[in-house]
Design a protein around this ligand. Structure first.
Ligand SMILES: Nc1nc2c(c(=O)[nH]1)N[C@H]1C(S)=C(S)[C@@H](COP(=O)(O)OP(=O)(O)OC[C@H]3O[C@@H](n4cnc5c(N)ncnc54)[C@H](O)[C@@H]3O)O[C@H]1N2
Ligand code: MOO
Ligand SMILES: [Mg+2]
Length: 395
């Protein structure tokens, strides 16, 4: 299990760094430490709409004994010429506008009569009140995001706030998803007896994209070695990974195994259920991971082996999904010797998880209503209701 995971992870190198506009960086991993060329805030500014004052000038002001000052300047946000505040005067100031030199507090407009020529203060203000100090959030030169950080909305906002228009990020890994099987038919077409609709390709391509990769999908490769190689070869030069589904177990017509084993791709049985038959290696120099064809096996083994490897290749410092502990809502049994990934319904509110569907790796219906995988270790055969189990939320 751990060995196969390491093999798959070892196949993929980091994708190169590229500079992209911020709007194209969502979900990607930073390829550089982001430092702040300016502090944040970049200048002392007002937290409130009101009046900038010297706190000593409004000391003792109250509802009953207002203090009145002349309004010498009007400072909206965006005003760039800073006029110092003279003692005994006030500047009308708006939220985000620069606090003038000489002022040490802002009195909110609600604590005044809102005058424009002269203003009456109905309360005092301690020094520093409602002033957002330069650098109190981010100091100039500080590393604000480390390389490997996933760029979400807040991280992109911060990059813009410190003045960056572009960032160096790892480009998305390019994955060719190739589903094999002579029984597979395009969804929407008429099914002959013995045929099924192709579903792994669309599922795996979506999983690749969800993991942060780019997917090219090739869906109807028949169980024929020559046709399989012919489909694969012209695409090898443009992809970082080939991900196949089907044709890897023990029967006849195992097209993936038959086409790739002699080229050095290693096929093994991994002590995991679902997802036992696996293959990994290089075909003509290009990393290949071969997933079993049963839909649940395909999905789960993508989650367990491929997703973390893809995310690590894309530069993510945290390639794994978070793993939680939860309380089993019902007892489970598990065969010895293979780590089980049961499909589960996890309720974060109660911390309880209930297995959904059975262990069969064709049970796509129950996979689709599950929101997590429940991990049962290899040596565990029975767990009573109320046991603590590891849970990997899938969405
Ligand atoms: N004698 C043995 N038989 C099997 C073994 C074994 O060890 N000995 N392992 C079983 C396990 S476990 C799995 S998992 C499957 C893996 O099979 P393959 O990877 O060879 O996949 P196929 O035989 O091509 O297909 C299996 C199953 O999945 C359906 N399938 C395949 N591709 C798609 C697709 N793109 N969309 C929808 N459904 C797909 C296919 O029709 C089969 O029903 O082998 C067991 N057998
Ligand atoms: O490993 Mo198979 O994936 O048990 O169904
Ligand atoms: Mg097979």
């Amino acid at each position: 299990m751990a060995e196969h995971r390491a093999t798959v992870a070892g196949l993929l190198g980091r994708t190169p760094a590229v500079r992209l506009p911020l709007a194209d960086c969502l979900g990607l991993a930073l390829a550089e430490d982001l430092t702040a060329p300016i502090p944040l805030p970049s200048f002392d500014n007002s937290a409130m709409d009101g009046y900038a004052v010297r706190s000593v000038d409004v000391a003792g002001a109250s509802q009953d004994r207002p203090v009145e000052l002349p309004v010498a300047e009007d400072v909206p946000a965006g005003r760039t010429d800073l006029v110092p505040l003279q003692p005994g005067t006030a500047h009308r100031i708006m939220t985000g506008a620069p606090v003038p030199p000489g002022a040490d507090a802002v009195v909110p407009v609600e604590h005044t009569d809102a005058g424009t020529e002269r203003v009456r203060f109905l309360s005092a203000a301690a020094p520093g009140r409602n002033v957002r100090k330069a650098g109190e959030d981010v100091t100039e030169g500080a590393t604000v995001l480390a390389a490997g950080t996933e760029l979400g909305p807040a991280q992109l906002g911060l990059a813009a706030a410190v003045g960056r228009a572009e960032l160096a990020v790892h480009r998305r890994p390019r994955v060719l998803v190739l589903s094999t099987g002579s029984e597979l038919v395009e969804p929407g077409a008429r099914l002959q007896p013995g045929q099924i609709y192709e579903s792994n390709g669309i599922m795996l391509a979506a999983a690749v994209r969800e993991a942060g990769g780019e997917a090219e999908l090739l869906r109807f490769v028949p169980d024929d070695v020559a046709e399989f190689r012919a489909a694969l070869s012209p695409r090898l030069s443009t992809v970082d990974l080939v991900l196949t589904s089907g044709g890897v177990s023990a029967g006849a017509y195992e097209v993936v195994k038959d086409a790739l084993a002699e080229h050095g791709v290693r096929f093994t049985k991994v002590a995991v259920q679902p997802g036992m038959p696996q293959g990994a290696g290089r075909y003509l120099g290009v990393p290949v991971v071969t997933l079993p064809g049963n839909p649940v096996s395909s999905h789960v083994s993508f989650e367990v082996f491929v997703r973390p490897a893809l995310r690590a290749a894309a530069g993510h410092a945290q390639p794994h999904r978070p793993r939680l502990s939860a309380e089993l809502a019902e007892a489970v049994r598990s065969p010895r010797g293979r780590r089980q990934y049961l499909r589960g319904d996890h309720d974060p509110a109660t911390g309880r998880v209930r297995p959904v569907g059975g262990p069969g790796s064709h049970l796509l219906g129950s996979l689709a209503v599950a929101n997590c995988l429940i991990e049962i270790p290899e040596q565990v055969t029975e767990l009573p209701q109320g046991s603590t189990v590891g849970v990997v939320p899938l969405r």
